[in-house]
Design a protein around this ligand. Structure first.
Ligand SMILES: *Cc1c(COP(=O)(O)O)cnc(C)c1O
Length: 398
């Protein structure tokens, strides 16, 4: 590839640029292709294999039939912005002005991209935990920011708080926090969230939260940083309907925060997509207003799926993490005699008819060795699919 340009920074920030200058396919694309080629069960990519609530799907069909098919307003349809504000108050007691403090985006991905591009300048530091969702590294690099990370450690994937204190400095512009966490399933406890708020104050940093799994927590309730004392005035909260309503292909996301920040982010966002998904916006608004029983059941169903896959992987000989939220668990292949997770992922379809992705795909190159034996498995799949995967994985020991 001889084309020069900033795209190289995006690829490099996500760990996709080889030393010879070539760009490699993401491990997700490679593993999904492998699943198709071999007929293996794909637990590599994190998308659900069942439709979400009927009311939400019907509302989108109805909106198309009713002619909600042209550009919505730049901030998003008022109905959805109001539903987001109502949702934040109902679940977290956070009061928002739906006309000034809420912005609808093309998924959480665009909310994060526009936020980073709007607020990170050349040489500004952005602190995230590591492993991290791959778009973070790409966007920080594209914005010419410097990515500083705090490692999360097995088995519970929590950070060392002294390391967190040392990593946030006066050079830090953003602290980008993802809880529940992809790829590890970790949920940060209140103590850690409070420290993040304290550090943001001390170093005049802005907090950006990625809360796409906010309704998919087990045993613990989701606590948004913006709900903590002193956090609101410097926190941009990002979420999305994709994971909550099994509508990952609709790409309806949003952010909320102080009006000045929303205006600054809108200045970038309006030239990325301008707007998206007109008929899906009222449908997600309906979803956000569903009764508590819907949200409880979505989490309980996913927790049961986590348990099916966890038991299967443990029986197969892996050491399995205990995720408290999200779509994914981490399995350590060391007890099975495998130390190279990337290598095992490439062989897993042939060995066990299952596809996973290595955790090393979510860390910077210099840290790959620390995570090399770990694999990420998605459990957001039908129970019978997970049971079949578990049965196949049991073959690994024979
Ligand atoms: C899926 C996911 C996203 C992307 O959300 P979209 O709404 O599909 O753009 C962002 N962050 C994390 C941690 C995710 O797992």
């Amino acid at each position: 590839m001889a084309v020069t340009g900033p795209w190289r920074r995006a690829a490099s920030g996500a760990g996709l640029l080889a030393s010879d200058g070539s760009i490699s396919a993401t491990i997700f694309a490679e593993m999904s292709a492998l699943a198709v080629r071999t007929g293996a069960i794909n637990l590599g990519q994190g998308f659900p294999d069942e439709d979400g609530p009927m009311e939400v799907l019907e509302a989108a069909r109805g909106a198309i039939a009713d002619g909600t098919n042209q550009y919505p307003p730049g901030l998003g349809l008022p109905m959805l912005r109001q539903a987001i504000a109502t949702h934040q108050e109902r679940f977290y007691g956070i009061r928002l002005d739906a006309d000034r403090e809420v912005l609808v985006t093309a998924g959480a991905t665009e909310a994060l991209a526009a936020t980073i591009l709007a607020l990170v300048d050349d040489g500004d530091e952005v602190v995230t935990f590591e492993p991290f969702y791959d778009s973070y590294g790409a966007m920080i690099s594209l914005a010419r920011g410097i990515h500083r990370t705090v490692p999360l450690h097995a088995p519970d994937f929590q950070p060392d708080l002294d390391q967190l204190r040392d990593t946030v400095t006066d050079r830090t512009r953003l602290i980008l926090v993802n809880s529940p966490h992809n790829p590890t399933g970790a949920v940060l406890p209140r103590e850690t969230l409070e420290l993040i708020v304290e550090l943001a104050h001390r170093h005049n940093a802005i907090i950006v939260t990625d809360e796409v799994y906010e309704h998919l927590t087990f045993e613990v309730a989701h606590l948004p940083i913006a709900a903590l004392p002193g956090a609101r005035e410097r926190t941009i909260s990002v979420s999305s309907g994709g994971k909550t309503f099994n509508t990952t292909g609709w790409k309806i996301g949003w952010l909320s925060g102080p009006a000045d920040y929303v205006t600054a982010i809108l200045a970038v966002k309006q030239f990325l997509t301008f707007v998206n998904g007109a008929p899906f916006q009222p449908a997600i608004a309906i979803g956000l207003g569903l009764p508590d029983s819907f949200f409880r059941r979505a989490a309980a169903d996913l927790e049961a799926k986590r348990d099916v896959l966890s038991l299967g992987l443990a029986a197969a000989g892996f050491t399995v993490s205990r995720p408290l939220g999200g779509y994914f668990l981490v399995a350590d292949a060391t007890p099975l005699g495998y130390s190279d997770g990337s290598e095992l992922c490439r062989r897993l379809p042939e060995l066990a008819g299952v596809v996973a992705v290595p955790i090393s795909a979510f860390v910077h190159e210099h840290r790959r060795a620390d995570y090399s034996s770990l694999l990420r498995f998605a459990y957001c799949k039908k129970v019978d699919v997970l049971e079949r995967a578990a049965a196949r994985l049991a073959e690994l020991q024979h």
